[in-house]
Design a protein around this ligand. Structure first.
Ligand code: GLV
Length: 373
């Protein structure tokens, strides 16, 4: 960030409105970056062909700052909490050519509006697939093996201040095993949505002895029978089969929710769906909180319709307090939307988002451009 200089963007005193600005000039295209991108920031600040206005913190860009600084910008790099709507486009004015989001999800961007205004949109698929698949498996293991209860006992202790009361009680803390055993040789994993992350998750589960893979696809997509036959042969599975929601709920031992959010998938996992699931099943959501009805899931856990849940995403996040019904459920393991949070993946996402931004600003190819139509 050596070439950057600090400039005060506003004299308003009740909030921090100081930006880092590089290469001030009227003739260069201005881009606004809604987070300090850590080591990746240098990729922007060292460029001499753009003017960069940077929110200088690695968290929450203030809306007021964004609305003020986006005036005249050609490009903007946003993250999931930064809503890209008519208000923002209005503030930006007619120069805005590209919105680049450092995320695979894009619910925060009004795509029809982008198409209408001919603003290109970049996102970051692929580069986070492996990290999210890792976390999906982690949550499946944690939720099945009672990690919420077990870990908090170690952290907080029982009445004796230790976990001595539970010293080798044979069935305390037991849960359903993810891997197959000689006495339990079949395991069905289900995927709500069977895109890149689901397939990467399946690959990780094969060494656990998984025998059956079932999944649902979007109603408008064609069944991919050749791909499924290839996966079945590659992983030596008894089945890789596209099924309806009813079978997905009834047959999955572990169910991974890995589908985009939005109107089409809102509350697909509701009370009726959860009631059909096996009592020993585990539900994992590493995609979007809105796909799962939180109240219904809390009831399902409380009334033991299912065994447990592992969530990286929750409806209404990040405002999930300790009094949230899901947080209070002992068999619900929740982490705060950290699916892609590894150094390697976040650096790859930042680099991809910057490359998309630059492509959009100069009218060249963007490595991952959304078809906003
Ligand atoms: O959820 C994370 C993302 O959309 O990148």
């Amino acid at each position: 960030m050596s070439s950057g200089s600090i400039a005060s963007a506003s004299s308003r005193s009740n909030m921090r409105l100081t930006s880092v600005v590089s290469h001030l000039s009227d003739s260069k295209p201005k881009v606004v970056i809604c987070r300090d991108l850590g080591p990746a920031t240098a990729l922007l600040m060292n460029r001499t062909d753009i003017e960069v206005v940077l929110w200088p913190e690695d968290r929450g860009c203030a809306r007021e700052w964004l609305l003020e600084n986006i005036k005249g910008a050609v490009g903007v790099l946003v993250l999931l909490p930064d809503i890209v709507n008519a208000e923002l486009l209005e503030a930006a004015g007619p120069n805005l050519r590209v919105v680049s989001t450092m995320s695979v999800g894009y619910e925060h961007i009004d795509l029809p509006l982008m198409a209408q205004r001919k603003i290109r949109v970049g996102y970051t698929p692929d580069v986070l697939t492996e990290a999210v698949a890792d976390l999906s498996v982690m949550l499946a293991l944690m939720a099945g093996r009672n990690d919420g209860v077990a870990y908090s006992l170690v952290k907080n202790g029982d009445a004796s201040g230790s976990w001595s009361k539970f010293n080798w009680s044979p069935f305390t803390f037991c849960g359903p095993q993810l891997s197959t055993t000689a006495s339990s040789p079949n395991r069905t994993v289900g995927f709500l949505g069977f895109g890149r992350i689901s397939q990467a998750t399946l690959a990780r589960l094969v060494p656990f002895g998984i025998t059956h893979c079932i999944y649902t696809g979007s109603p408008t997509s064609k069944p991919e029978t050749a791909r499924d036959a290839a996966l079945k042969a590659k992983y030596k599975l008894a089945a890789v089969e596209r099924v309806d929601l009813d079978r997905l709920a009834r047959e999955s031992d572990v169910l991974f929710v890995l589908t985009p959010g939005g109107k089409e998938t809102y509350h697909l996992v509701d009370a009726a769906f959860l009631k059909k699931m096996k009592e020993m099943s585990v539900l994992i959501n590493t995609s979007r909180g809105t796909v799962v009805d939180s109240d219904a899931l809390a009831t399902a856990l409380h009334e033991k319709w299912i065994w447990g849940a592992g969530l990286d995403v929750v409806e209404g996040e990040p405002r999930i307090g300790t009094d949230h019904p899901l947080v209070k459920e002992p068999r619900c393991v929740i982490v705060p939307h950290i699916g892609s949070a590894t150094f390697q993946t976040r650096m790859d996402m930042a680099t991809r988002a910057i490359d998309n931004l630059i492509g959009g600003v100069f009218g060249t190819e963007m490595p991952a451009e959304l078809d906003a139509r």
